[in-house]
Write a protein that binds this ligand. Sequence first.
Ligand SMILES: NC(=O)c1ccc[n+]([C@@H]2O[C@H](COP(=O)([O-])OP(=O)(O)OC[C@H]3O[C@@H](n4cnc5c(N)ncnc54)[C@H](O)[C@@H]3O)[C@@H](O)[C@H]2O)c1
Length: 318
Amino acid sequence: MIERVKVAVIGVGNNVSALVQGIALHRATGSLTGIRTPVLDGLGVADIDFVAAFAVSPSKIGKDLTEAIFLPPNNFPRLLSEVPLSGVTVRPGITDATEAARVAADLAGAEVVLYAAPSGRPQTARAYAEAALRAGAAFINTTSDAVARDPRWLDRYTRAGLPLLGDDLASQFGTSAVHHALLRLLEDRGLTLTSSYQVNLGGTEDFRNLVENSNTKLQSKLNALNAHETAAGRVHVAPLGYLPHLNSHKVAHINIEAQAWGETAVSLDVKLKVHDPSGAAGVNVDLIRMAASALRQGRAGYLAEAAPLLKSPPGTPV
Ligand SMILES: NC(=O)c1ccc[n+]([C@@H]2O[C@H](COP(=O)([O-])OP(=O)(O)OC[C@H]3O[C@@H](n4cnc5c(N)ncnc54)[C@H](O)[C@@H]3O)[C@@H](O)[C@H]2O)c1
């Protein structure tokens, strides 16, 4: 029988809520809806176990992970009337880089550390990456802060024999994936791009943080699109908008202006509405199993198979 994956989560926000609840729903009903890879290297979705969780909010620390995911400001909806308790008590996270040693000790036994704290805190991201490295765990950076695309960290993980995946997850069916696919379709069909933009609006704590605090998200969103078109200045990402009444929905608008045969105009507008945390969970469930499988096989550093699930892999700008 295959050994289940032991995962530690950093940050008990909306994305972790969607992940914990989605796995519980799959276990309870067997539903495969929205699951990209039912079995990945022999590992099913139900083979993921949470063994540690870290938060900084006093209301979440000390609670069972299952209770903590429903506390505000989390606003991802409840997927099941009953979610079983996890048996994992949420522990205090890192508020000061010197706490990496304490957290490394708390990570003992975890194979994979899923870093899902707010974007725009590179020192915190690196303190957790240090803790995971000391604990001998693979690290997944779902934030737009530079860890995997910082050659020094990639080198340290590679030399330690540990996988390092990042940076910034690309949601399962989010603006980046849809925009990228449309731009590629345009190119494949021989049209010439004139201009394109995307607008993203959301009502989560993640959106509030990205709007109110400095971060590298806009560059990361550009990294996820066609490199030569963005380099030529034809693709633009509008500043994010925080609209609390959208709750966990994200609403995106994508516009493409192009020229077709005979220099005639083509115009395309797409509106996408998704639950943003679901888009993250649908990707995290695969990144976790990729990282665990690679760790068990002795594969270290960045994993090429993770590329479609990330916005800013190694080699992209910060
Ligand atoms: N579709 C998506 O939702 C998506 C896509 C790409 C990237 N991301 C990134 O994923 C990350 C998580 O997103 P989210 O929606 O769950 O955000 P969130 O704000 O709901 O959750 C983050 C949690 O981390 C906690 N936290 C803050 N500092 C911490 C620390 N030092 N230690 C431990 N916990 C800490 C916060 O209190 C919060 O509960 C964000 O960085 C976001 O930008 C999300």
